[in-house]
Design a protein around this ligand. Structure first.
Ligand code: HEM
Length: 284
């Protein structure tokens, strides 16, 4: 098989971007630049990686991914001035999401005004920016948060999380089909009970993209099954389930996998609509 130089370069660049840590393997020890002296590197705090509940002055927002990284100190614990480079690299290292997806996610949020320029680069000023981005980035029908029009805020709604977990058919995992059913019920809740919702292309894209993210972070790579205890830890406590044997996927899924799973969830929603006769005006 002939592979053109451009194609090889593209492939190499994509892999490097998706998993920068693996780029190291392409640089021989002799060619590698001398490592900087350790004392000029910023040292991580002693509690780096340790799960802690946010303190009274720490800010948290509507995203279980970012909140959780802050609860472990991988991103600033106070929930302020989060650099976009850190978001991308910590997503890769501690959630197992390829940096190509991180980049797309951050660029998408950037176009919607999430970041501001500071002397240290582009930052998310605080998670409040996300909480206040209703229908721009934040949206209704979440798995973990009450809709804004029904009194929602950045806080986790434990009843909603348990409702989602209750869709497990085998009582051990949520299969992709179970997640699609749970998603459908949340959409129905919003349509039936929230007089102020907006459900257009932007919001529905996010609904299925986020379902796909769950699969990327805590799902089995082949089946997509998500262990209930892992998801409960992530969504309820916003704690990475290391203590339950979870590890971030090495060479985890990126843009390609996210698009594939997003489309699968969207198709499952169409099937559920057809089966139930529900006719929510969802934009596919
Ligand atoms: C670190 C990797 C990330 C992961 C694993 C992740 C995961 C998720 C998931 C699963 C949800 C849905 C929660 C639910 O249905 O209740 C969500 C919601 C959300 N995420 Fe993230 N996310 C990540 C990064 C980001 C980034 C970079 C931003 C923006 C800067 C962001 C902003 C949001 C917002 C605003 C919501 C709330 C949407 C809603 O209204 O339900 N997330 N995230």
């Amino acid at each position: 098989m002939r592979v053109s130089f451009n194609a090889s370069l593209f492939l190499f660049a994509s892999c490097a971007l998706a998993h920068p840590a693996y780029l190291a393997g392409f640089v021989s020890e002799r060619d590698a630049p001398e490592a900087p002296a350790l004392d000029i590197l910023a040292r991580e705090p002693d509690d780096y990686g340790v799960f802690k509940q946010p303190g009274p002055n720490d800010i948290r927002g509507p995203c279980p991914g970012l909140n959780t990284l802050s609860n472990h100190g991988y991103l600033n614990r106070d929930g302020r001035n989060i650099g976009i480079g850190s978001i991308i690299s910590k997503m890769d290292e501690f959630l197992g999401i390829g940096s190509d997806f991180g980049l797309v996610q951050v660029v998408g949020a950037g176009f919607r005004g999430a970041f501001k320029t500071t002397s240290s680069g582009l930052v998310l000023e605080s998670y409040d920016v996300l909480t206040e981005s209703h229908n721009n980035i934040e949206h209704d029908a979440s798995f973990t948060r009450t809709d804004l029009g029904l009194g929602g805020s950045a806080a986790v709604n434990a009843t909603l999380v348990e409702q989602m977990l209750s869709f497990s058919t085998d009582k051990v995992n949520l299969s992709p089909q179970d997640i699609a059913q749970a998603r459908h019920v949340r959409i129905a809740d919003t349509f039936n009970n929230n007089p102020t919702f907006t459900m257009e292309q932007k919001q529905t894209d996010a609904l299925w993209r986020e379902a796909a993210l769950i699969r990327l972070v805590v799902g089995d790579k082949d089946t997509g099954n998500v262990r209930l205890d892992w998801l409960r830890s992530w969504f309820m406590d916003e704690k990475l389930p290391f203590h339950l044997g979870w590890q971030p996927h090495k060479l985890g899924g990126g843009v390609v996998d996210n698009i594939r799973h997003t489309n699968e969830f969207r198709d499952m929603e169409k099937e559920i609509n057809a089966q139930t006769g529900d006719n929510f005006p969802i934009t596919f």
